[in-house]
Unconditional design. Structure first.
Length: 195
């Protein structure tokens, strides 16, 4: 029985790896103008969302390579008077730290921009919105991340935190097999649709 469960788990992991490689290649190949148009449409959807409007704190990744752009979102959040927190990876752990400007970030894990500071602050999670990246999603908001499970671990004990994932339409797939520990964002935006 254990051998069969392990075989199924390995098969799912291989499938996720294959999907990850395929979707990243598609996303990386997007034309700059197409990406910018999609980024603008996604940003507009976020800014119109009731959870963004109500949030006092924004937890968000800082976009890297071909990810949906979040830099303009961060700038707007500051203009809107929101506290902005970005992730910093240390070993197998990801924590969020507040930034007040882009001068307070530097290249960190895998060259991704991270906060320089490690000063912890208490945040009321019921007043916050967490923006998540991802490689691939399906119509049920099931997500394939980058393979390290940072967001799954971070969100595992924060059910009250509103989560929103961003992706381009080209990152949508038919079906993703998830594990019990996989987090599912409460909202998913592409440039054309919300799930």
């Amino acid at each position: 029985m254990k051998t069969e469960v392990l075989r199924i788990w390995v098969k799912n992991m291989e499938t996720k790896k294959h999907i990850r490689e395929r979707i990243l290649a598609i996303r990386d190949a997007m034309v700059t103008e197409e990406r910018m148009t999609a980024d603008t449409a996604i940003l507009h959807k976020i800014l119109q969302n009731q959870y963004y409007k109500r949030a006092n704190c924004l937890f968000t990744y800082l976009s890297y390579h071909s990810e949906v752009d979040t830099m303009h979102l961060v700038l707007q959040a500051w203009k809107d008077g929101k506290a902005v927190y970005c992730p910093k990876v240390s070993g197998d752990t990801m924590r969020f730290y507040r930034i007040y400007s882009f001068t307070e970030v530097e290249e960190g894990y895998r060259g991704i921009l991270e906060p320089k500071t490690q000063q912890a602050e208490e945040v009321n999670l019921s007043d916050a919105l967490c923006i998540m990246p991802g490689v691939a999603f399906d119509r049920y908001r099931h997500r394939i991340g980058y393979g390290k499970g940072f967001y799954d671990k971070f969100l595992s004990d924060k059910p009250e935190l509103m989560t929103m994932a961003l992706c381009y339409t080209c990152q949508m797939v038919e079906d993703i097999q998830i594990e019990s520990f996989d987090c599912i964002p409460k909202i998913l935006y592409t440039e054309t649709k919300q799930w």
